[in-house]
Ligand binder design. Sequence first.
Ligand code: IMP
Length: 425
Amino acid sequence: MAVRIIVGAQWGDEGKGKVVDLLSKKANYVVRYQGGANAGHTLKFDDREVVLHLIPSGIFNGDATCIIGNGVVVDPRALLEEIGNVEKMGVNLDDKLLISESAHVILPYHRILDQVKEKSRGDDAIGTTGRGIGPAYVSKVSRVGIRMSDLHHPELFREKVEKNLADINQALVNVYNEPRIDPEEMFDSLKPCLARIQNFICNTTARLHDAIDNGEQILMEGAQGTLLDLDHGTYPYVTSSSPTAGGACTGSGIPPTAVSHVMGITKAYCTRVGNGPFPTELTDETGEKFRKHGAEFGATTGRPRRCGWLDLVALKYAVKLNGINEIAFTKLDVLDHFDTIEVCTEYDIEGEKTDTFPVSSQQLNTVKPVYQTLQGWRGTTRDIDRFKDLPGPAKEYIEFVEDFIGVPFKIISTGPKRTETILRY
Ligand code: IMP
């Protein structure tokens, strides 16, 4: 391996944290390339459970240097809290964490804007995490964003923020009927975080180029998932960044020619948080069963996740978009509780069958999933760590999906812990 991208192949929450944690043991660098503290990557090891939002999931396993890349939007207050939690667990981050000087800063006004804009959308709300992600990327694209490198120049930082705040206060007061933000209060609340974060900031792109030249092992950790991608997801019900494999290059400075593997992570079924189309969603007791056995509640917001059967039309689309050449299949054990298993192999659009994933959310809302029924296994797969020990129907399910999408399954996860994993390398 030289550079391996780990990408969510669904709507996020596929179990990327566990997979990155596992693979990071052999990595020299683990790099987050987009998103921000909207992500919640859960790791379970040594009877501990940790949820990371910004710090890459390689922080606890092995000696990899963890990089928050230029494509990430960083909320300093969320990062400070996370740094504190990780350090309490005995990890010295001074030697392990780097933040790109080009990464953009989420300021308190981004969070407020995210929340008031969602409120004002009413029934058309996207269901954002309210962490300021969209407004921070808006500042970036509008070229008024604050970058990490600005923190090294306090006067300039203050000047830029004050200018932005003048505009934002106008909008808050006059458009959204919200109180204005006091700049001094905001600067005071940020001071301790900014001071702590400064030491981690550097030119991470140059570090990664050196690592590639030296043949070092780099893991790229995506957040959210393919179907939440700003360009290729179920727009407008998407996040504001590019979780797909292309985003790993722009979000880190690593060239596409350096990438050797793209690993897609998919659950053995589907979930989604927030609004937007979801063809295989189950709003009945079967959906509730998934939620119960899969503990399907958001790691960042605690919201119940919407649940449904595995959608192979969507998964094939993710394979093609990302160039996925290996799969990690997670939460197989959740299917232990079902007598039969449905899997969507085609969509019916007004009587016409198709295996093409529609780009338009309006059209996606109207498709009817066409299912194939497979046998369940009425036994436990929990904790199994060898493929040959799986119940027959579980092997058949895996082989069915593998054949359908034409990509080998290299990791099969049978529980949240590191040890509850089948490795097929
Ligand atoms: P935002 O990223 O907070 O702007 O939210 C946009 C959409 O992406 C909403 O539907 C969120 O629920 C969803 N989303 C954002 N982050 C995650 C994640 O880490 N997992 C799953 N869904 C997410």
